[in-house]
Design a protein around this ligand. Structure first.
Ligand SMILES: Cc1cc2nc3c(=O)[nH]c(=O)nc-3n(C[C@H](O)[C@H](O)[C@H](O)COP(=O)(O)O)c2cc1C
Length: 190
C-alpha cells in the first residue's frame, strides 16, 4: 500500500482542518495517510520521523504567518537536514498546502518555500493540477477559488473558528489535492 505522510503545523486549528481534508483525499487516492502534527515547540517524536522515512510521499502544511511558514515548521525543516545528509527523502513525491486569513496574504511565499525545501531533499514536486474558479459566477465555495497551481490554498477569516473556516470549497480543494498526490506517488512507487 502506498503511504503518504502529511506533516503540518497549526497554531489555532484552521490548518489542521485543511490537513485532515488532505488526509481524506489521500484515502480516496487509494493510499494510506499518516497525519503528523508538528508540536508547539516545532518538534516531532522519533516515531514520527520514522513515519516520514517510511512514506512514499510527504505533503507539507503550515499556516502562513508573517508571509511564510510558521517558525515551528521551519524548525522541523532545519531539523530535517539530518535526513538531507543521507538522501533519506530523495525521489519521494512531495506537495504542500497553506492556510491564512487574507485571500492572498502572501500564501505563495509559503508554498514557494515548501517547493524549495522539497527540492533541497531531491523530492518530486506535485502541484494541484486544478483549474481555478475565477469567473463572475464563481464563489468561495467552489473548488480552487483561490487559484493555487503550486499548492493547495485555503483562507480562514481572522475572526473565524476552525468550525467556521476554511470553507467547504477550500476543504474540497485540499481533499482533491491529497488524492492527486497519492495517485502520483502510486505511479512513482518502485
Ligand atoms: C503570527 C501570525 C502571523 C500571521 N501572518 C499572516 C499573513 O502573513 N498573512 C495572512 O493572510 N494571515 C496571517 N495570519 C493569520 C493566520 O494565517 C490565520 O489566522 C490562520 O487561519 C491561522 O492558521 P492556524 O489556525 O492553523 O494557526 C497570521 C497570524 C498570526 C498568528
Amino acid at each position: 500500500m502506498t503511504k503518504i505522510a502529511i506533516v503540518y503545523h497549526s497554531g489555532y486549528g484552521h490548518t489542521k482542518k485543511q490537513a485532515e481534508a488532505v488526509s481524506e483525499g489521500v484515502k480516496h487516492g487509494d493510499a494510506t495517510p499518516e497525519l503528523i502534527a508538528i508540536d508547539a515547540e516545532g518538534n516531532l517524536t522519533e516515531a514520527q520521523w520514522a513515519e516520514l522515512d517510511a512514506a512514499d510521499g510527504i505533503i507539507f502544511g503550515s499556516p502562513t504567518y508573517m508571509g511564510n511558514a510558521s517558525w515551528q515548521f521551519k524548525k522541523f525543516a532545519d531539523t530535517s537536514s539530518k535526513k538531507w545528509f543521507t538522501g533519506a527523502w530523495k525521489d519521494k513525491v512531495a506537495g504542500g498546502f497553506t492556510n491564512s486569513a487574507s485571500l492572498n496574504g502572501d500564501k505563495h511565499s509559503t508554498i514557494a518555500y515548501f517547493m524549495t525545501f522539497a527540492m533541497q531533499h531531491s523530492m518530486i514536486w506535485v502541484g494541484t493540477g486544478m483549474m481555478p474558479a475565477n469567473t463572475k459566477a464563481a464563489t468561495r465555495n467552489d473548488i480552487n477559488s483561490l487559484g493555487g497551481f503550486s499548492g493547495a490554498l485555503s483562507s480562514s477569516p481572522s475572526d473565524s473558528s476552525p468550525e467556521e473556516a476554511p470553507t467547504s470549497g477550500d476543504l474540497e480543494t485540499a481533499k482533491q489535492f491529497g488524492k492527486r498526490v497519492a495517485e502520483t506517488a502510486r505511479r512513482f512507487k518502485k
